[in-house]
Write a protein that binds this ligand. Structure first.
Ligand code: KG4
Length: 330
C-alpha cells in the first residue's frame, strides 16, 4: 500500500509517501519556525496562511521524490489549530475526490504513537507517553488502534512549558531544544514548585512554569545572580521527574504492559532519553522505544503509518470531513 500522508496541525506543513507502513519513500517538512520565532510562539492565523502557501508545493515535492502515485490519502483531522487543520483536510479531500482514492482521517496523537512502528513492531498492551507542544498524555493501548487516556495535563503541555520558560530566559522559540542544551551544562540545584495534580496519572506544568518566572523576578529584585544553566537543569529535572513518576505508577498498576513508547517533540529531549534508559534497566521484561529524531517532531510519515492502521479498522473520511481542533483520540 502506497500512502500519502498530510500533517498541518500546527506550524509544520508536512507531506510524506510511505510504503507498507515501514518504508519512507519521501518526507517533506516545511517548517514555519523562522516566522514564528519573531513572535516568540506560533501565531495561529499566520500559521494557517503559510500552510495555504506551502501545501501544494509539499504535495508535489513528496510525489516527485517518491516517484510514485498514491493509493490512499491519510490526513490529520485533529487535534490542533483549526485553521491549520482545515488546510490539510481540504487538500486531502481534493486529492481523494480527484483521484478516487480512499481518505483516512488520522488523530495527531495516534500519529506520534505510531511513529515508533517505523522502527519497531509494536507489542500490546502498550503504554504511550505523548509529550509535545500541545499535548502531554499517557495512553494505554490494549490492542492495535484502541486508545485509553489514563492521564493528561491539567493545564499546559510539557513542550509549551519548555517554550514559556525559554521565553522567560530570553532563549527564543522553540525553547525545548535550547533548554535541553543549556541544562546539559548545569546542575538541578534550585528548588522549584513540585507540580500538584488530582488524578493519579495526570500532569500539571503551569505552576512549575510560573515558579521559574517568580524565581527570576526574586533574583532580579534582590540583585542576585543565578546560573541560567542551573535553572534550566532544575526546571527540566522537575518537569521530567513529574512525567516519569506518573509513568512508573502506570507500569506498576498495569503489569500486563509489554511495550512502552514515547512520541511528540519533547521525545527528542536528551535527558528524557536517559530516563527511558534508566526505566529499561529497571523493567527488563518491557520493551522500550523512543522514536528516532526524524520522527519526534511533527511530520507526515507518522500520519501515513497511523492511517494505514486506521484504515484496517475501518476508519474512512468522506466529502464532509472537517478538521476538529479538540478531537478526542479514538
Ligand atoms: O510534536 P511537536 O513538533 O508539535 C506538537 O505536536 O505540539 O512538538 C513541538 C514541541 C515544542 O514545544 C518544542 O519546544 C519541543 O517539542 N521540543 C523539545 C525538544 N525538541 C523539541 N522539548 C524538549 N527538548 C527537546 N530537545
Amino acid at each position: 500500500m502506497i500512502i500519502l500522508g498530510i500533517e498541518s496541525s500546527c506550524d509544520e506543513t508536512a507531506v510524506a509517501i510511505v510504503k507498507d507502513g515501514k518504508e519512507i519513500l519521501s518526507s517533506v517538512v516545511a517548517s514555519q519556525i523562522d516566522v514564528h520565532t519573531e513572535f516568540g510562539g506560533v501565531v495561529p492565523e499566520v500559521a494557517s496562511r503559510i500552510h495555504v502557501e506551502n501545501i501544494s508545493i509539499c504535495i508535489e515535492k513528496a510525489l516527485k521524490e517518491a516517484n510514485m502515485t498514491m493509493e490512499q490519502i491519510d490526513v490529520t483531522k485533529g487535534p490542533g489549530l483549526i485553521g491549520c487543520l482545515h488546510v490539510g483536510v481540504q487538500a486531502a479531500k481534493t486529492l481523494a475526490f480527484a483521484f478516487h482514492k480512499p481518505l483516512i482521517p488520522v488523530h495527531h496523537l495516534a500519529g506520534h504513537i505510531y511513529a515508533n512502528s517505523l522502527v519497531v513492531d509494536l507489542k500490546y498492551p502498550l503504554l504511550a507517553l505523548v509529550v509535545s507542544g500541545g499535548n502531554s498524555e499517557l495512553v494505554y493501548m490494549k490492542d492495535e488502534h484502541s486508545f485509553e487516556i489514563l492521564g493528561e495535563t491539567q493545564d499546559d503541555a510539557i513542550g509549551e512549558a519548555y517554550d514559556k520558560v525559554a521565553r522567560v530566559l530570553d532563549l527564543g522559540y522553540p525553547g525545548g531544544p535550547k533548554i535541553d542544551q543549556l541544562a546539559k551544562q548545569g546542575e538541578p540545584i534550585y528548588s522549584l514548585p513540585q507540580p500538584k495534580t488530582e488524578g493519579k496519572y495526570d500532569f500539571s506544568f503551569s505552576g512549575l512554569k510560573s515558579g521559574v518566572l517568580q524565581f527570576v523576578k526574586r533574583k532580579e529584585k534582590a540583585h542576585e545572580t543565578f546560573k541560567m544553566e542551573d535553572l534550566a537543569a532544575s526546571f527540566q529535572e522537575t518537569a521530567l521527574n513529574e512525567v516519569f513518576s506518573r509513568v512508573e505508577r502506570v507500569l506498576k498498576d498495569y503489569p500486563d504492559i509489554q511495550h512502552f513508547v514515547v512520541g511528540g517533540g519533547v521525545s527528542a529531549n536528551s535527558r528524557l532519553r536517559e530516563k527511558v534508559e534508566e526505566l529499561r534497566q529497571k523493567y527488563p521484561k518491557i520493551e522500550f522505544t523512543v522514536p528516532p529524531m526524524y520522527c519526534c517532531t511533527d511530520n507526515a510519515c507518522m500520519i501515513a503509518v497511523a492511517g494505514e492502521i486506521a484504515n484496517k479498522v475501518g476508519r474512512r473520511g468522506s466529502a464532509d470531513l472537517s478538521g476538529d481542533s479538540s478531537w478526542a483520540i479514538q
